[in-house]
Design a protein around this ligand. Structure first.
Ligand SMILES: *Cc1c(COP(=O)(O)O)cnc(C)c1O
Length: 357
């Protein structure tokens, strides 16, 4: 009875899809989701709580997120032709962009990459096309340009640095893609804090370029705040699809607070970058492991029997991401997020024990 009605009214694309599952992490060393492992000093927490105490929740939040908008426009020295739109994480912004497209539009992305581009495109019945990266995870520029030429995609998503491979793509390749794209190119700079590379200076040059960033990976995954940057005209259209109060008062107040303590996050990011390089050196020295250079806060590596290694790590209460089976280029690949020095050591010793080396 229920099943019949569900089939009658729900889109086939939704019926056919699997839910995005997040593993239970209670009691685990959690190195699977690119979170910053550090909290804030007690004194900072206390003044944050004092700010929240002055905040009332009986009124709706500032619907246009004006104050934050002004603040970030100033901090990032954005020119007048560029606007910002805020999302409940950048995931919501990806969804808003896709919701704005005409029926069955072509959406293109190099793969392997962040799974949400494909997942949300499929759920929203867009025509998603993944173009395989080269074996070294660089962009296959010829393949990308050929696909752009034949399929005329409405939107191209490119994560820079890329997740889950950790590398950045050549700026010249990105610009060639932007120049040849008939529609929009969204450069997703979720890991910008770690790579310190950005296409922000190109925003006014290319009217079909949109940038996306998030506070999640640099240290505020619990906050859920993503940002879209682009020409005023684009943002004005997308903003019509944004739910009026999508950024809650607590989020707005907390973001203001952390912007006043931005050196705290910057120091943590610096620590994570250093620890990442150490972790990569140590991983690369383990016999049987191929680990790739990363400009983000995680490392992709290949090991024979990756599925078994992943399970054995779980038994030792260490949670990383198993990517084996998700894309041919990720055969036997696992992804580990950079944790604290102690967590990284615990991971390395568990791994060497499992491999018996
Ligand atoms: C994690 C991630 C996101 C999602 O970030 P949220 O702001 O937490 O939704 C977006 N893009 C890429 C490439 C990511 O890795």
């Amino acid at each position: 009875m229920i099943a019949d009605r569900i089939r009658k009214i729900i889109k086939p694309a939704i019926l056919a899809s699997k839910p995005y599952s997040v593993p239970q992490a209670e009691g685990f060393i959690k190195l699977d989701a690119m979170e910053n492992p550090y909290s804030w000093p007690e004194a900072v927490k206390a003044s944050w709580l004092a700010r929240l105490q002055q905040t009332d929740l009986n009124r709706y939040p500032d619907a246009s997120v004006n104050e934050l908008n002004t603040r970030l426009t100033h901090l990032l020295a954005l020119p007048e032709d560029i606007s910002i739109m805020f999302g409940n994480g950048s995931d919501e912004l990806i969804q808003v962009i896709l919701l704005a497209l005409k029926k069955s539009s072509v959406v293109l992305a190099p793969e392997p990459t962040f799974v949400m581009y494909r997942l949300l495109s499929t759920l929203l019945e867009m025509n998603f096309i993944g173009v395989p990266l080269n074996d070294d995870f660089s962009l296959n520029l010829n393949a990308m340009l050929a696909e752009i030429e034949t399929t005329q995609p409405a939107v191209i998503f490119i994560a820079q640095p890329n997740n889950p491979t950790g590398n950045t793509f050549a700026q010249a390749s990105l610009e060639a893609i932007i120049k040849s794209a008939p529609g929009l190119v969204v450069i997703d700079e979720a890991y910008h804090a770690f790579s310190q590379k950005s296409m922000m200076p190109c925003l006014s040059t290319y009217p079909n370029l949109i940038l996306m960033r998030t506070f999640s990976k640099s240290g505020l995954a619990g906050l859920r705040l993503g940002m879209l940057f682009g020409a005023n005209e684009w943002i004005a259209e997308f903003d019509k699809l944004r739910l009026p109060y999508n950024i809650g008062t607590l989020n707005q107040v907390s973001t203001h607070f952390i912007l006043q303590h931005s050196n705290l996050l910057e120091d943590q990011v610096e620590q994570i970058r250093n620890d990442r390089d150490q972790l990569l050196t140590k991983l690369s020295m383990i016999a049987g492991i191929e680990a790739w250079h990363s400009e983000a806060n995680f490392i992709l590596f290949r090991v024979a029997g990756a599925g078994h290694v992943h399970k054995a790590l779980l038994q030792q209460k260490i949670l990383i991401k198993n990517l084996h089976g998700t894309h041919p280029l990720l055969h036997n690949c696992l992804r580990v997020t950079v944790g604290t020095a102690e967590e990284n050591s615990a991971f390395l010793s568990a791994l060497t024990a499992i491999l018996g080396v």
